[in-house]
Design a binder for this molecule. Structure first.
Ligand SMILES: [Zn+2]
Length: 143
């Protein structure tokens, strides 16, 4: 006998033609028996799986079904954050503290100043006269 017995990996490698080339299998009946047994098992497994057109069609349908299910799942997740964001914004708006109905003195002053500012903004926006003509009024002011 030449060297030690082959490992399982070496026997499998031998079956696929890439095993050790030390000629051990020719001298060792034990390793040759393992090779014969594994070869028979491989042929049994490979021979049992007959690929038919129906098998391929069913496999194709199963794969397409899984892809479609995954796509639908992704679409559902894609829409989910939008609804979560909308609901969060709504909850934030509804839960925001509301200003007290009775304004303090300072609040009243601020409100008056704000109202004046908004009025100026509104007048500047709502005027139909272009802003570029405003300096022209200075030419026609009454003295
Ligand atoms: Zn051996």
């Amino acid at each position: 006998m030449n060297g030690k017995h082959w490992t399982n990996d070496e026997v499998v490698d031998h079956l696929y033609g890439v095993g050790p080339e030390d000629g051990h299998e020719r001298e060792c009946a034990q390793c040759m028996a393992r090779i014969v047994e594994l070869r028979a098992r491989r042929e049994a497994v490979a021979g049992s799986a007959k690929v038919t057109a129906d098998f391929l069609r069913n496999q194709q349908l199963a794969i397409a079904g899984r892809i479609e299910a995954r796509r639908m799942e992704l679409q559902a997740w894609w829409r989910m954050p939008v609804w979560v964001a909308v609901m969060a914004a709504l909850a934030l708006v509804l839960s925001a503290p509301r200003p007290a109905r009775e304004a303090t003195v300072a609040g009243g002053l601020n409100r008056a100043a704000d109202a004046e500012m908004y009025l100026e903004i509104y007048q500047s926006i709502s005027s139909e006269e272009p802003r570029a003509l405003a300096p022209m009024h200075g030419l026609f002011e009454e003295q």
